[in-house]
Design a protein around this ligand. Structure first.
Ligand SMILES: [Zn+2]
Ligand SMILES: [Zn+2]
Length: 101
């Protein structure tokens, strides 16, 4: 059953952005990316497989970091807003935009 296989994809990944499209584009203009999408996080010198969270500067294995879809920062779990797939810093900006509307 091929349908089954499709449904077996990991459910732990949050849905990508549900931000309204025009709002998202606004934010894209507003937020200067710190990293290119697809860039790797900053590696901790002298350590094996540890990388910096761009927001809190704590170090994590790469599996625990996610790249913000707006600014490109790499964020750990507590610095990341799963709902919109963006970092907490961008989420702060997003909230300002939402309340403006
Ligand atoms: Zn962090
Ligand atoms: Zn961000």
């Amino acid at each position: 059953m091929t349908i089954w296989k499709k449904n077996l994809q990991k459910p732990d990944k949050p849905e990508p952005t549900t931000v309204k499209n025009n709002l998202y584009l606004e934010l894209r203009k507003e937020i200067k990316p710190l990293h290119e999408q697809g860039d790797l996080p900053t590696k901790v010198t002298g350590s094996f497989g540890r990388y910096y969270c761009d927001l809190c500067n704590a170090t994590f294995p790469i599996e625990e970091l996610r790249q913000c879809s707006l600014c490109g920062r790499w964020a750990c779990n507590s610095c990341f807003t799963n709902e919109y797939y963006i970092c907490n810093s961008c989420n702060g900006v997003l909230k300002l935009y939402i309340t403006k509307e």
